[in-house]
Design a protein around this ligand. Structure first.
Ligand SMILES: Cc1cc2nc3c(=O)[nH]c(=O)nc-3n(C[C@H](O)[C@H](O)[C@H](O)COP(=O)(O)O)c2cc1C
Length: 323
């Protein structure tokens, strides 16, 4: 038995989370994560409408009897999606766990709490973690600089960010960014976290609804093969290094504006990467963890392996250091 406060709070067997992933967080992956005893999140905005999200939640329920959640990513955009309607679809679906991310979840928290939904807010700084706790979230997921997607602008890696957050909040902390195996889980627990959140590692599993060539590209890539785009715009994103992301970095470094890269960074191109399997077609999120990913296991194989490695690391390697 290997349980942490996180397992009891969210009613799952293992302290492992599959965070929301645009185009990837669909029922196939999330139900596999749930069936493996971990906590998966459907990604609300992967569905074009709140009605489609409701259908996707039902599809996931048809594939598992275990708990799973929905990620609601609140990003500041020029034409925001109908967040309140997506939120309502989540509430009406009966899902009892939500991951919020992207920006301040203030307007959404009271609605979720009223519906008896537990909320994990994912953020990239201690000050935002403290603020989210004040808003009443049940747990914090803290994304270090290593992470895929949006690492924020502070550039604090997990080794400092995780214990810094643990020192400042009372709710359970989930460590995120750069985790891919049992060693990482043990390290996160040693730093005071109650579990780990992974994106890149789950992206590279058999059930992830992504073209096989992209998974092979992750296995082949190293920790050096990412780019930080949008730095000058203070909306940094860690993505796969390819001709498109390198061009975006160059244009913005030379004083270009968002309009100059809009076509290159279009979400539709990133989606095509996953569907057609050409890693150079557009921008796609991936983290430094690809340097420690060497295979494409099923989700069940991955979760059981992480738990076995974690137990062995604690019982054999670490306990040998104390007499
Ligand atoms: C392909 C991909 C898409 C992602 N999309 C989202 C998203 O839409 N919303 C979100 O909150 N996080 C998103 N993330 C971030 C993950 O949920 C997670 O926080 C991050 O991947 C953790 O870092 P890791 O990749 O090193 O495990 C995405 C990550 C990946 C790899």
């Amino acid at each position: 038995m290997f349980r942490t406060q996180f397992c009891d709070l969210f009613g799952v067997d293992y302290p492992i989370v599959q965070g929301g992933m645009q185009w990837v967080g669909r029922a196939e992956l999330v139900s596999a994560v749930a069936n493996a005893g971990a906590l998966g999140f459907l990604t609300a905005l992967t569905q074009p409408t709140p009605e489609e999200l409701a259908k996707e939640i039902q599809r996931c329920k048809d594939m598992t009897d275990k708990p799973f959640g929905v990620n609601l990513t609140i990003l500041p955009t020029i034409t925001p999606p109908p967040y309140a309607e997506y939120r309502q679809a989540i509430i009406e679906s009966g899902v009892k766990i939500v991951e919020t991310a992207g920006s301040n979840p203030k307007e959404h928290i009271p609605h979720f709490k009223e519906a008896g939904i537990k909320v994990i807010h994912k953020c990239t700084s201690v000050r935002h973690a403290v603020k989210a706790q004040e808003l009443g979230v049940d747990a914090i997921s803290i994304d270090g600089f290593e992470c895929a997607g949006h690492p924020g602008e502070d550039d604090i890696p997990g080794l400092v960010l995780i214990p810094a957050a643990v020192d400042k909040v009372e709710v359970p902390v989930v460590a995120s960014g750069g985790f891919a195996d049992g060693r990482g889980l043990v390290a996160a627990l040693a730093l005071g976290a109650s579990g780990i959140n992974m994106g890149t590692r789950f992206l590279c599993t058999a059930e992830a609804p992504v073209h096989q060539r992209i998974k092979e590209q992750i296995v082949a890539a190293s920790e050096l093969d990412t780019e930080l785009i949008f730095r000058p715009l203070r909306n940094t994103a860690r993505v796969a290094s390819n001709p498109v992301s390198r061009k975006v970095v160059q244009i913005l470094a030379e004083g270009g504006e968002f309009a100059d890269v809009r076509e290159l960074v279009a979400g539709s191109r990133g989606r095509k990467v996953f569907e057609e399997g050409d890693p150079d077609l557009g921008i796609w999120s991936v983290g430094l963890a690809q340097g420690i990913i060497h295979d494409i296991p099923t989700v069940e194989e991955l979760v059981s392996r992480i738990m076995r490695e974690a137990e062995e690391t604690i019982q054999q390697r670490l306990s040998g250091f104390v007499s």
